[in-house]
Design a protein around this ligand. Structure first.
Ligand code: CA
Length: 235
């Protein structure tokens, strides 16, 4: 049984936060690995292959962004970034580089536990989903049939433009993951120009309207203000 426990690596130099996170994870019966520098974290990623990394960006030797880069060169391990309010732009860079999610300090026990569960669940989903060619994505009463390029809400067809469909279909590949404006723009249009974010926001507003979402309604796509969007996940 001990072998089935998820291994979670925490990379954090502040002793009180490290021990706070450690205590929560140990209580939830995860196996916890700890590093206090970027370099130590990188070594532990390659030696222990953790199932999840919780990463502070402000580390004493190198920037935490370096660890995201080096990890993404070798694997898709989910990474949750811990960021202080003062590091807003770093947070976006971290997500652009492939971090899955972020938690802003100070954070509470319930939030951390929920984010950890979601990140582990989603990484399992995406490996399973990757194994099914075509297939169907289901989220509450939203359904995407990739073969037919058909989107339905409560069994009623939603008529999306080509671009709107591409956005929804791309995002459904990463349920629960925060996708930055740059991530989505690169995937849909290849490159970006000064009007790209506006163009994306207009498309997204139309998608949400067609899905029947009212402002503040996060059933399908969550608006991460100033950062990007997140496809909700079923749980
Ligand atoms: Ca720090």
């Amino acid at each position: 049984m001990a072998n089935n426990r998820y291994k979670i690596l925490i990379v954090e130099d502040e002793a009180n936060i490290l021990s706070f996170v450690d205590t929560i994870l140990e209580t939830d019966d995860y196996q916890v690995l700890k590093a206090t520098t970027c370099r130590m974290g990188q070594m532990m990623v390659s030696s222990y292959c953790p199932d999840l990394i919780i990463l502070d960006l402000g580390l004493p030797d190198y920037d935490g962004l370096e660890l995201i880069k080096s990890t993404r060169n070798i694997s898709a391990i989910p990474i949750i970034v811990l960021s202080a309010r003062a590091q807003e732009s770093d947070k976006v860079s971290a997500l652009d580089l492939g971090a899955n999610d972020y938690i802003t300090k100070p954070f509470g026990t319930a939030e951390l536990r929920a984010r950890v569960r979601a990140a582990l669940r989603n990484s399992r989903h995406s490996t399973e989903m990757g194994a099914i060619p075509g297939g169907v994505f289901v989220l509450n009463d939203l359904k995407i049939d990739y073969d037919k390029r058909l989107v339905t809400v409560a069994d009623k067809e939603v008529r999306l433009t080509q671009t709107e469909y591409n956005i929804v279909s791309f995002m459904s590949g990463y349920p629960g993951k925060v996708l930055t404006y740059a991530n989505i723009i690169r995937a849909i249009w290849g490159g970006s120009d000064s009007g790209s974010i506006k163009k994306l926001q207009v498309n997204m507003a139309n998608i949400r309207k067609k899905f029947g979402s009212k402002p503040g309604d996060n059933r399908y796509i969550i608006n991460e203000l100033g950062v990007g969007y997140r496809m909700n996940d079923a749980d």
